[in-house]
Design a binder for this molecule. Structure first.
Ligand code: SAM
Length: 276
C-alpha cells in the first residue's frame, strides 16, 4: 500500500495544529508493533489514526484494532488505506472528549494502547489512559524524546517530576528506542522515543488516589522550596507539623519533594490523611 500516493490523490493537507507527523517507513512501523508485544490475541487501541500506516501494521497482527482520529478530512484517505482490514474500526472522535464508557463501548475487555501520539497533547493523552479505570494493560507510544526522558527519570534528577511519579505509581516504564525526527513527515523539530508502560494498578496499595495526587502535586508545586514548605501550603498543617511528619518517616526535614520515589509518596500521603 503506497500511503503517500493515497494522501496526494486525496489532496490531503497536513494539519500542524493537530500534531500530524506521520510515519510511513514500513520497517519502523513493524518494529513498533513488535516492540509493543502485540499478538493475534490482542485488542489494540490506537490514538490518532493519521493516514492509517501504523493502523495497518497493527491490524495485520492484532485480533482487533479500534483507532481514534479527530480529523474528519482523513475519512476518504482511511476508506482507501484500511479497506482490506475488516478487524480495524476507525472512530472519528476527540479522545480527550470521550468518557470511559464511550471507549469501553468500542473495546470490550483488556487492551493495549499503541500510538504515535500528536505532540501538542502527549501528556494529556497518556494520562487519559494511565489515570482511568479502563482495562489497559500496556501503553507503547511514540512521544517527544524529552517527554520520554521525564517519564522515565530517576528521583532526585532535574527531569523527575509529578508526571514521573504518576506513571511510576501505576506501572513500569521504559524507553524502547530513540527515533530520529527525519523518520516523520512533516519533519518535527525534535527527536522522538518509543515509550512503554506496563500497567500494574496493584503495584502499590494506594488507598486514597485523590489524596495521593494532591500530595504529589503539592510536593512539586515550587521545586525550589522544601517539601515541608510545599506541604504546609497545600494541607491544613503548620511547617513544623509537616517537618515532624517527615522526621517520623525518617527524612531530613529540609528534604525536597523531588527526592521521593512513588512508593515513598504513597507512604507520605497516608500520613497526611488527617490533614487533607
Ligand atoms: N498514526 C499515524 C502515524 O503514525 O502516521 C498518525 C500519527 S500523528 C503523530 C497523530 C494523529 O493524531 C493525527 O492524525 C491527528 O489528527 C490525531 N489527533 C490529534 N489530536 C487528537 C485527538 N484529540 N483525538 C484523536 N486523534 C487526534
Amino acid at each position: 500500500m503506497d500511503i503517500k500516493s493515497v494522501l496526494i490523490a486525496n489532496n490531503f493537507h497536513y494539519n500542524k495544529a493537530l500534531g500530524q507527523n506521520f510515519i510511513t517507513d514500513v520497517n519502523l512501523l513493524d518494529a513498533i508493533v513488535k516492540d509493543a508485544g502485540v499478538t493475534s490475541e490482542d485488542v489494540v487501541v490506537e490514538i490518532g489514526t493519521g493516514a492509517g500506516s501504523l493502523t495497518r501494521a497493527l491490524g495485520r497482527v492484532a485480533k482487533r484494532v479500534a483507532s481514534f482520529e479527530v480529523d474528519d478530512n482523513l475519512r476518504p484517505v482511511l476508506a482507501t488505506t484500511l479497506a482490506d482490514l475488516p478487524n480495524v474500526e476507525v472512530v472519528f472522535a476527540d479522545v480527550l472528549k470521550m468518557s470511559d464508557e464511550d471507549i469501553k463501548s468500542k473495546v470490550l475487555g483488556p487492551f493495549k494502547v499503541v500510538a504515535n501520539l500528536p505532540y501538542y497533547i502527549t501528556t494529556q493523552l497518556l494520562m487519559r489512559f494511565v489515570e482511568s479505570d479502563l482495562d489497559v494493560t500496556d501503553l507503547t507510544c511514540m512521544i517527544q524524546k524529552e517527554v520520554a526522558d521525564r517519564l522515565t527519570a530517576k528521583a532526585g534528577t532535574a527531569d523527575y517530576g509529578a508526571v514521573t511519579v504518576a506513571v511510576d505509581a501505576v506501572g513500569y516504564g521504559s524507553i524502547l528506542r530513540v527515533v530520529n525526527k527525519n523518520m516523520f513527515f512533516p519533519v518535527p523539530k525534535v527527536d522522538s522515543a518509543l515509550y512503554h508502560l506496563r500497567i500494574d494498578r496493584e503495584k502499590f496499595d494506594i488507598k486514597d488516589m485523590r489524596l495521593f495526587k494532591k500530595t504529589v502535586r503539592a510536593a512539586f508545586l515550587w521545586r525550589r522550596k522544601t517539601l515541608a514548605n510545599n506541604l504546609q501550603s497545600a494541607f491544613s498543617i503548620t511547617k513544623s507539623q509537616a517537618e515532624e511528619i517527615l522526621i517520623g518517616l525518617g527524612y531530613d526535614p529540609m528534604i525536597r519533594g523531588e527526592r521521593l520515589s512513588a512508593e515513598e509518596f504513597v507512604r507520605l500521603s497516608e500520613r497526611l490523611k488527617d490533614n487533607a
